[in-house]
Design a protein around this ligand. Structure first.
Ligand code: 1GP
Length: 252
Protein backbone atom coordinates (compact mmCIF):
# COMPACT_ATOMS: atom_id res chain seq x y z
CA UNK A 1 0.00 0.00 0.00
CA UNK A 2 2.54 2.61 -1.13
CA UNK A 3 -0.16 5.16 -1.81
CA UNK A 4 -3.34 5.53 0.11
CA UNK A 5 -2.55 4.99 3.79
CA UNK A 6 -3.75 8.49 4.59
CA UNK A 7 -6.83 8.03 2.47
CA UNK A 8 -7.47 4.78 4.34
CA UNK A 9 -7.21 6.57 7.71
CA UNK A 10 -9.56 9.30 6.49
CA UNK A 11 -12.08 6.86 5.15
CA UNK A 12 -12.17 4.99 8.41
CA UNK A 13 -12.84 8.26 10.22
CA UNK A 14 -15.56 9.21 7.76
CA UNK A 15 -17.21 5.85 8.38
CA UNK A 16 -16.93 6.60 12.13
CA UNK A 17 -14.65 3.61 12.61
CA UNK A 18 -11.93 3.66 15.22
CA UNK A 19 -8.45 2.41 14.43
CA UNK A 20 -5.99 0.51 16.56
CA UNK A 21 -2.25 0.85 15.98
CA UNK A 22 0.51 -1.11 17.69
CA UNK A 23 3.84 0.64 18.15
CA UNK A 24 6.91 -1.45 17.37
CA UNK A 25 10.15 0.01 18.72
CA UNK A 26 13.12 -1.46 16.80
CA UNK A 27 15.30 -0.92 19.87
CA UNK A 28 13.19 -3.32 21.86
CA UNK A 29 12.71 -6.18 19.44
CA UNK A 30 14.80 -8.26 17.09
CA UNK A 31 13.50 -8.75 13.54
CA UNK A 32 13.43 -12.52 14.17
CA UNK A 33 11.08 -12.04 17.15
CA UNK A 34 8.42 -10.21 15.18
CA UNK A 35 6.56 -13.32 14.04
CA UNK A 36 4.59 -13.71 17.27
CA UNK A 37 3.57 -10.06 17.26
CA UNK A 38 2.43 -10.06 13.65
CA UNK A 39 0.46 -13.29 14.21
CA UNK A 40 -1.33 -11.70 17.16
CA UNK A 41 -1.88 -8.48 15.21
CA UNK A 42 -3.33 -10.36 12.26
CA UNK A 43 -5.69 -12.33 14.51
CA UNK A 44 -6.78 -9.24 16.45
CA UNK A 45 -7.51 -7.15 13.36
CA UNK A 46 -4.95 -4.46 14.17
CA UNK A 47 -5.33 -1.62 11.67
CA UNK A 48 -1.81 -0.18 11.53
CA UNK A 49 1.68 -0.92 12.75
CA UNK A 50 3.69 2.12 13.76
CA UNK A 51 7.44 1.58 13.67
CA UNK A 52 9.86 3.92 15.40
CA UNK A 53 11.03 5.34 18.67
CA UNK A 54 12.63 8.45 20.08
CA UNK A 55 16.12 7.03 19.84
CA UNK A 56 16.40 3.93 17.62
CA UNK A 57 19.95 3.05 18.61
CA UNK A 58 19.80 -0.29 16.88
CA UNK A 59 20.58 -0.44 13.22
CA UNK A 60 17.90 -2.76 11.96
CA UNK A 61 14.95 -0.54 11.06
CA UNK A 62 14.88 -1.84 7.48
CA UNK A 63 15.18 -5.45 8.60
CA UNK A 64 12.33 -5.01 11.09
CA UNK A 65 10.05 -3.58 8.46
CA UNK A 66 10.96 -6.20 5.88
CA UNK A 67 10.24 -8.91 8.47
CA UNK A 68 6.86 -7.33 9.23
CA UNK A 69 6.00 -7.07 5.53
CA UNK A 70 6.72 -10.75 5.02
CA UNK A 71 4.26 -11.68 7.73
CA UNK A 72 1.33 -9.32 7.39
CA UNK A 73 -0.53 -6.96 5.07
CA UNK A 74 -1.23 -4.50 7.90
CA UNK A 75 0.01 -1.08 6.70
CA UNK A 76 3.33 -0.03 8.22
CA UNK A 77 3.60 3.62 9.24
CA UNK A 78 6.94 5.14 10.25
CA UNK A 79 6.91 7.09 13.48
CA UNK A 80 10.39 8.57 13.35
CA UNK A 81 12.30 10.08 16.25
CA UNK A 82 14.79 11.61 13.84
CA UNK A 83 15.21 12.17 10.10
CA UNK A 84 17.47 9.12 9.83
CA UNK A 85 14.55 6.86 10.61
CA UNK A 86 13.14 6.67 7.12
CA UNK A 87 12.74 3.35 5.36
CA UNK A 88 11.34 2.99 1.87
CA UNK A 89 10.04 -0.44 2.90
CA UNK A 90 7.20 1.12 4.92
CA UNK A 91 3.90 2.36 3.49
CA UNK A 92 3.68 5.80 5.01
CA UNK A 93 5.48 8.29 7.20
CA UNK A 94 4.20 10.47 10.01
CA UNK A 95 6.05 13.64 9.03
CA UNK A 96 6.02 15.06 12.53
CA UNK A 97 6.25 18.71 13.43
CA UNK A 98 6.39 19.20 17.20
CA UNK A 99 3.76 21.92 17.35
CA UNK A 100 3.42 21.78 21.14
CA UNK A 101 7.05 22.86 21.56
CA UNK A 102 9.08 25.87 20.58
CA UNK A 103 12.15 24.02 19.38
CA UNK A 104 12.63 25.32 15.83
CA UNK A 105 14.63 22.24 14.84
CA UNK A 106 11.68 19.96 15.54
CA UNK A 107 9.11 22.38 14.12
CA UNK A 108 10.82 22.80 10.73
CA UNK A 109 14.65 22.56 10.89
CA UNK A 110 15.03 18.80 10.57
CA UNK A 111 12.36 18.73 7.87
CA UNK A 112 14.39 21.10 5.72
CA UNK A 113 17.35 18.74 5.98
CA UNK A 114 15.36 15.58 5.34
CA UNK A 115 12.93 16.89 2.70
CA UNK A 116 14.72 15.71 -0.48
CA UNK A 117 15.39 12.28 1.02
CA UNK A 118 11.84 11.95 2.30
CA UNK A 119 10.39 12.95 -1.07
CA UNK A 120 12.54 10.35 -2.85
CA UNK A 121 11.41 7.60 -0.48
CA UNK A 122 8.10 7.22 -2.31
CA UNK A 123 6.31 6.90 1.04
CA UNK A 124 2.86 8.33 1.65
CA UNK A 125 3.92 11.47 3.54
CA UNK A 126 1.40 12.45 6.21
CA UNK A 127 2.14 15.82 7.78
CA UNK A 128 1.36 15.46 11.46
CA UNK A 129 0.95 18.09 14.14
CA UNK A 130 2.67 16.31 17.01
CA UNK A 131 1.61 17.42 20.48
CA UNK A 132 3.39 16.14 23.56
CA UNK A 133 1.23 16.29 26.67
CA UNK A 134 2.67 16.05 30.17
CA UNK A 135 2.44 12.42 31.25
CA UNK A 136 3.30 12.88 34.91
CA UNK A 137 7.07 12.32 34.57
CA UNK A 138 9.70 13.10 31.97
CA UNK A 139 9.58 10.63 29.07
CA UNK A 140 12.19 10.03 26.39
CA UNK A 141 10.32 12.25 23.97
CA UNK A 142 9.94 15.13 26.41
CA UNK A 143 13.65 14.97 27.27
CA UNK A 144 14.98 14.50 23.75
CA UNK A 145 12.75 17.18 22.26
CA UNK A 146 14.05 19.78 24.70
CA UNK A 147 10.58 21.34 24.69
CA UNK A 148 7.99 21.68 27.43
CA UNK A 149 5.00 19.41 27.07
CA UNK A 150 1.49 20.88 27.32
CA UNK A 151 0.30 20.64 30.96
CA UNK A 152 -2.21 17.80 31.25
CA UNK A 153 -5.00 20.05 32.53
CA UNK A 154 -4.63 22.87 30.00
CA UNK A 155 -7.29 21.75 27.57
CA UNK A 156 -7.57 25.16 25.96
CA UNK A 157 -3.85 25.20 25.08
CA UNK A 158 -4.19 21.74 23.57
CA UNK A 159 -7.21 22.66 21.50
CA UNK A 160 -5.73 25.94 20.23
CA UNK A 161 -2.51 24.12 19.32
CA UNK A 162 -4.39 21.41 17.42
CA UNK A 163 -6.57 23.98 15.68
CA UNK A 164 -3.52 25.97 14.59
CA UNK A 165 -1.90 22.76 13.34
CA UNK A 166 -4.95 21.89 11.28
CA UNK A 167 -5.20 25.40 9.82
CA UNK A 168 -1.51 25.28 8.96
CA UNK A 169 -2.30 22.23 6.84
CA UNK A 170 -1.40 19.27 9.05
CA UNK A 171 -3.21 16.16 7.85
CA UNK A 172 -3.20 14.48 11.25
CA UNK A 173 -2.97 15.54 14.87
CA UNK A 174 -1.13 13.18 17.25
CA UNK A 175 -1.50 13.77 20.99
CA UNK A 176 1.16 11.81 22.85
CA UNK A 177 1.88 11.57 26.57
CA UNK A 178 5.14 9.81 25.59
CA UNK A 179 5.99 6.16 25.62
CA UNK A 180 5.53 4.65 29.05
CA UNK A 181 3.87 7.79 30.41
CA UNK A 182 2.81 7.47 34.02
CA UNK A 183 -0.44 9.27 33.30
CA UNK A 184 -2.15 8.93 29.91
CA UNK A 185 -3.92 11.91 28.33
CA UNK A 186 -7.22 12.72 30.12
CA UNK A 187 -10.39 12.13 28.14
CA UNK A 188 -11.52 15.71 28.77
CA UNK A 189 -8.52 17.02 26.83
CA UNK A 190 -9.08 14.52 24.01
CA UNK A 191 -12.73 15.60 23.80
CA UNK A 192 -11.78 19.28 23.77
CA UNK A 193 -9.42 18.75 20.84
CA UNK A 194 -11.63 16.30 18.93
CA UNK A 195 -14.53 18.73 19.12
CA UNK A 196 -12.57 21.40 17.27
CA UNK A 197 -10.66 19.63 14.50
CA UNK A 198 -11.75 17.79 11.39
CA UNK A 199 -8.56 15.85 10.61
CA UNK A 200 -8.04 12.42 12.20
CA UNK A 201 -6.85 12.48 15.82
CA UNK A 202 -4.25 9.96 17.02
CA UNK A 203 -3.83 9.44 20.77
CA UNK A 204 -1.10 7.48 22.57
CA UNK A 205 1.26 7.28 25.50
CA UNK A 206 0.76 5.31 28.71
CA UNK A 207 -2.45 3.53 27.66
CA UNK A 208 -2.41 0.36 29.74
CA UNK A 209 -5.92 -1.03 29.58
CA UNK A 210 -8.59 -1.77 26.96
CA UNK A 211 -10.99 0.35 29.04
CA UNK A 212 -8.82 3.45 28.69
CA UNK A 213 -8.44 2.82 24.95
CA UNK A 214 -12.23 2.55 24.70
CA UNK A 215 -12.85 5.73 26.70
CA UNK A 216 -10.34 7.66 24.59
CA UNK A 217 -12.20 6.63 21.45
CA UNK A 218 -15.52 7.64 22.97
CA UNK A 219 -13.96 11.01 23.77
CA UNK A 220 -13.15 11.44 20.10
CA UNK A 221 -9.80 9.80 19.31
CA UNK A 222 -9.78 8.24 15.85
CA UNK A 223 -6.67 6.11 16.32
CA UNK A 224 -5.19 4.66 19.49
CA UNK A 225 -1.50 3.80 19.67
CA UNK A 226 -0.20 1.30 22.23
CA UNK A 227 3.41 0.19 22.63
CA UNK A 228 4.63 -0.47 26.17
CA UNK A 229 1.60 -2.33 27.52
CA UNK A 230 1.74 -4.74 24.58
CA UNK A 231 5.50 -5.24 24.91
CA UNK A 232 4.83 -6.35 28.47
CA UNK A 233 1.80 -8.47 27.64
CA UNK A 234 1.36 -9.23 23.92
CA UNK A 235 -1.88 -11.02 24.73
CA UNK A 236 -3.45 -7.58 25.34
CA UNK A 237 -3.52 -6.93 21.60
CA UNK A 238 -6.75 -8.82 21.15
CA UNK A 239 -8.61 -7.03 23.97
CA UNK A 240 -7.26 -3.61 23.06
CA UNK A 241 -8.21 -4.04 19.42
CA UNK A 242 -11.70 -5.28 20.34
CA UNK A 243 -12.22 -2.34 22.72
CA UNK A 244 -11.17 0.24 20.13
CA UNK A 245 -13.33 -1.26 17.42
CA UNK A 246 -16.32 -1.58 19.77
CA UNK A 247 -16.16 2.15 20.49
CA UNK A 248 -16.99 2.92 16.87
CA UNK A 249 -20.67 2.53 17.43
CA UNK A 250 -20.94 4.21 20.80
CA UNK A 251 -19.02 7.47 20.48
CA UNK A 252 -20.44 10.00 22.92
C1 1GP B 1 4.44 6.66 22.29
O1 1GP B 1 2.15 6.95 21.83
C2 1GP B 1 3.18 6.02 21.87
O2 1GP B 1 4.88 7.62 21.44
C3 1GP B 1 2.87 4.78 22.66
O3 1GP B 1 3.09 4.93 24.03
O4 1GP B 1 4.45 2.92 24.62
O5 1GP B 1 3.21 4.19 26.39
O6 1GP B 1 1.97 2.79 24.74
P1 1GP B 1 3.17 3.63 24.99
Amino acid sequence: MQQGTYQHIRERKKARQKSFAVLVDPDKVQPTELGRLTDLANEAGVDYLLVGGSLVISNHLDECIIAIREQTDIPVILFPGSPSQVSRHADALLYLSLISGRNAELLIGQHVISAPFVRKSGLDIMSTGYMVIDGGAPTTVSYISNASPIPHDKNEIALCTALAGEMLGMKLIYMDAGSGARRPIPEAMIAAVAGQITVPLIVGGGIQTPEKAYRNCRAGADMIVVGNAIEKDPGLIREMSAAVHAAAHTEA
